[in-house]
Design a protein around this ligand. Structure first.
Ligand code: GLU
Length: 306
């Protein structure tokens, strides 16, 4: 029997400071990889040029290292890989899997506000796929640049998540290149996981819903399936996603409160049952204890005592 590829990755977007939730996800991605003797790669998802700042990248890498998360090789930057994304788009085009979409945000909202056949509410119903030749010519003449969408044919994709079990999702015609020319997250993430030979993705469970799209795209591009573990998010005390307004939520904030990086690591580990509340395990001790088969972190929720 061949050994499964367990190469992992952590893929932060340098658009802000990592908060404790991001750090916990990173720690878990690192633990899954290291406990299985696998590599962990770091990918900087910096395609959103308007929001990316170099200082955030520097700070994010320093914060990861401080809690004991290291990685193999040099970080890969998506902004340096546009040719690879363009090639993937060309392959999809040749495979007849793309079409241009001129819908405005308002039109998309309107069109996707009702369920369409197998597609749940909020999914793009394929308006621009059904344009007549005349309608298409009219839009082309308007000069407004189109986005590019895949023609996914409302495919149903099943997969098994390590933590969420059996999942099935219907894939809508999602965007792979925005109308401002930017390559979409769903395209870049799939192309890069394929190019970096990632075998196991550990990430926040806010991305569970994106997984059928990404698996569909990977298969269409002839890439091997990746396995997934979607880990719970850290929430604020009000049940919303963790954010600055929730108080001292970054490593720098915690340091100001007199909590060092080892204490933050312990807090993160304790919140998912990897150590007791008064323990201070080293990163290596956590690796030795971490059992990917038995890991059951519980649902998303606030960090105790924060
Ligand atoms: N860059 C994404 C984020 O910051 C993560 C993408 C992924 O893990 O697939 O949330």
């Amino acid at each position: 029997m061949s050994t499964p590829n367990r190469t992992g990755r952590f893929a932060p977007s340098p658009t802000g400071t990592l908060h404790l939730g991001n750090l916990r996800t990173a720690l878990l991605a690192w633990l899954y990889a290291r406990a299985q003797g696998a590599e962990l790669l770091l990918r900087i998802e910096d395609l959103d040029r308007g929001r990316v700042r170099e200082r955030f990248e520097v700070e994010q890498l320093a914060d990861l290292r401080a809690i004991g998360v290291d990685w193999d090789g040099e970080p890969v930057r998506q902004s340096e890989r546009t040719e690879v994304y363009e090639n993937a788009l060309r392959a999809l085009e040749e495979d007849d899997a793309l079409y241009p979409c001129w819908c405005t945000r308002a039109e998309i909202r309107e069109a996707s506000s009702a369920p369409h056949g197998p597609l749940p509410e909020g999914h793009y119903p394929g308006t621009c796929r059904r344009l007549t030749a005349a309608q298409r010519a009219e839009r082309e003449a308007s000069g407004r640049p189109p986005a590019l969408r895949v023609d996914a044919g409302a495919a149903s994709i099943a997969f098994t998540d390590r933590l969420h079990g059996e999942q099935v999702g219907v894939v809508d015609d999602f965007v792979v290149r925005r109308n401002d020319g930017a390559y979409a997250y769903n395209l870049a993430v799939v192309v890069d996981d394929g190019a970096q030979a990632v075998g196991e993705v550990v990430r926040g469970d806010d991305l569970l819903d994106s997984t059928p799209r990404q698996l569909w795209l990977a298969r269409r591009l002839g890439l091997p399936d990746v396995s997934f573990a979607h880990v719970p998010l850290v929430l604020g005390g009000d049940g919303a996603r963790l954010a600055k307004r929730h108080g001292a939520v970054t490593l720098a904030d915690r340091r100001e409160q007199g909590e060092d990086a080892a204490a933050v690591r312990a807090r993160l580990a304790a919140s998912v049952g990897l150590c007791g509340p008064d323990e201070r395990p080293s990163a290596a001790e956590l690796v030795a204890r971490f059992d990917p088969r038995a890991f059951a972190p519980g649902p998303s929720g606030p960090l105790p005592g924060l």
